[in-house]
Design a protein around this ligand. Sequence first.
Ligand code: SF4
Length: 184
Amino acid sequence: MPLRVAHLLPCTEAEGPGRRTAIWVQGCRIRCPGCCNPELFGVSGGEPWSTGALVHAARVAGTEGVTLLGGEPLDQPEAVTDLSRAAREAGLSVLLYSGYARDEVCARAPDLLQWVDVLVDGPYDEQQPEGAARRWIGSRNQGLHFLTDRYGPADFRGANTVELRLRGGVLTVNGWPAPGTLRR
Ligand code: SF4
C-alpha cells in the first residue's frame, strides 16, 4: 500500500543515529500545540510513494536506515507497516516517531513493531521540551523504546544538530535545534 509522503530526505545525519533516509509522512490528526510541522496536518498534501520506491531511495543513498516521522505515521497504519517490513527485510533499520502512545500504536498496527528498531511515542508537549539528556526527542514526556539490539541509549546521547541546505536558491532546514533558537 502506498504511503502518503510530504517530504523525503535521502541522506541526513540529523534525524537519528548514523546516516538515515528521513521520510515525513503527510497528515496528522493529533495536532499537538506547538508542533513544528503544522503544514503536515492536512491529509491532502504530499504524494503517494510505493514501498519499493522508498526502500530503493534509501538503498541508493547508502543509508543505514529509515526514519519515519511526520505528520503521523500511525494515521497510515497499513502503509507504514508495509514500509517498515520492507525496510527491515532490505537490511535497513527503522526509527519510528508517533504521537500515539505505544499501546495505541499496537492497536492501530498490530504487526508493525516487530519491524521497528526504535520507537519514540507520545504527543509533543511544548511545556516539557527535552533538554540535553536525549538527542532527537521533542519533549520529556515522550517514550524512547529500543525494540531490538541495533541501537541503545548511547546512540541517543549528544548534542542535537541542524542541517541547512541551499539548492537552487531554496534554503531548507532539518534537524533538532535547541528550543527557542529557531523560529518560523
Ligand atoms: S503527533 Fe507529531 S506531527 Fe502530529 S501534531 Fe504532534 S508533533 Fe506534530
